[in-house]
Design a protein around this ligand. Sequence first.
Ligand code: NAG
Ligand code: NAG
Ligand code: NAG
Ligand code: NAG
Ligand code: NAG
Length: 301
Amino acid sequence: MLLLVLNLSFMLTFMMLWDLGNPFHEAYNVADFTASTNYSNIVTINVTASVKGRFFIKGVSRGRALVQLSTNLGLPKTDNVLISVGARLYPQNPVLQVGRSLDFGIEGLINKSRGRWMSANESVVRVDPISGKTQAFAEGTTQVFYTYSEGKLQTTITVLGGNILIVEAQNQTLTNVPFPSKGCYFSVELRGADGQILNIGINNEVLYKCWVDPPFVGYTKPWRDFETGKSFCLFFPYSPEHLVYSMPKSKDMRPDISVTISASLREADHVSGHATALFIGGFSVVDLGKVRRAKNGNIII
Ligand SMILES: *[C@@H]1O[C@H](CO)[C@@H](O)[C@H](O)[C@H]1NC(C)=O
Ligand SMILES: *[C@@H]1O[C@H](CO)[C@@H](O)[C@H](O)[C@H]1NC(C)=O
Ligand SMILES: *[C@@H]1O[C@H](CO)[C@@H](O)[C@H](O)[C@H]1NC(C)=O
Ligand SMILES: *[C@@H]1O[C@H](CO)[C@@H](O)[C@H](O)[C@H]1NC(C)=O
Ligand SMILES: *[C@@H]1O[C@H](CO)[C@@H](O)[C@H](O)[C@H]1NC(C)=O
C-alpha cells in the first residue's frame, strides 16, 4: 500500500525486467500500458502526462482506492497498487533542544478547524492545542498527537540538553521527479546549551557527517556554503529506475516512504540531530513479471 497526501501527485512507473534483472526497455516501444482506478473520486490518473509506462497519480479525496496497471505485451498482464489518501503531520520525529520551540502542522486536511494537538508528556513538551506550537521543557522522548474527526496522527519528539545539531528539512516533501540536480537541502546548525549558534566549520573543513535512512532511497553528503557560512546535508534521491534495484524486494511496502537525514559531529558522535521528510516521487512499484528473449529473438513472458 502507498500513502498519498491529499492534493499531491506522484508517479507510478511500469518496469519489466529480463530474467537476469535488467530492465526491458524495448517493452516501452512494443507494448501499450494503461492505468485505471476503481475510485476516481479518490485518486485521479493523469494519462496525458504519461511517458509510455509512466502515470501521475493524484489523491483528490480521503480514502482508499485500487489502481490497476495493465499491459498487452505478450499475454495481457495486470498488477494492482492500493493507494491510501490522507493527511500527514509534520515535521516527523523532530529533535528539539530544551527551552526551544517548534511549530507542528498538518498537510492534506480537509477541515482544519476540528483538530486538537496534545502532548503525551507535558513535562517534556507542551503543545498548544489549536496552533500546534510546541515548547520543550525537559530532556526526554514523548509523542505528540493530532486528533481530528477522521482519526489521529502522531509523531515522536526528542528533547535533548547540551550541545545539539539541529537538522531541518528545507522542504517537507522530497521528490526524484523532476530530479533535484542540486540535491535537497537539510540545514545543519550546532546549538550550544543556551541556544546560541556555534560554528561547525573551520575554513574548508567539514566537521560533521551525514547519513540517510532508509539507505536505499539515495545518498547524502555534507556541504558548506562558504559565502554564507551555512552548513547542510545535501540529499540526492535515486532515480525511479535505480530504486527498482535498491528497494527491498518485499511485497509489503511501508505505507509511506519517509526519509530521515541525520548528522553528527565527527569528533563527538553523541552531538547529533535528524530531520524527516516525506518522499513522494517516481518509484517503480510494479514488476509485471520477467521476460526472456528466445534464441529466435522473440520475447517470452
Ligand atoms: C496532466 O499533466 C499535464 C502535464 O504535466 C498537465 O499540463 C495537465 O494539467 C495535467 N492534467 C490534470 C487534469 O492534472
Ligand atoms: C476498490 O478497491 C478497494 C481496495 O481493494 C476495495 O476495498 C473496494 O471495495 C473497491 N471498490 C470497488 C467499487 O470495486
Ligand atoms: C469544519 O468543522 C467545523 C467545526 O466542526 C464546522 O462548523 C464546519 O462546518 C466544518 N467545515 C466543513 C467545510 O466541513
Ligand atoms: C515524562 O517525562 C519525564 C522526563 O523524561 C519522566 O521523568 C516522566 O516519567 C515522564 N512521565 C510519564 C507519565 O511518562
Ligand atoms: C518543495 O516541494 C514542493 C512539492 O513537491 C515543490 O513544488 C517545491 O518546488 C519544492 N521546493 C523546493 C525548494 O524544492
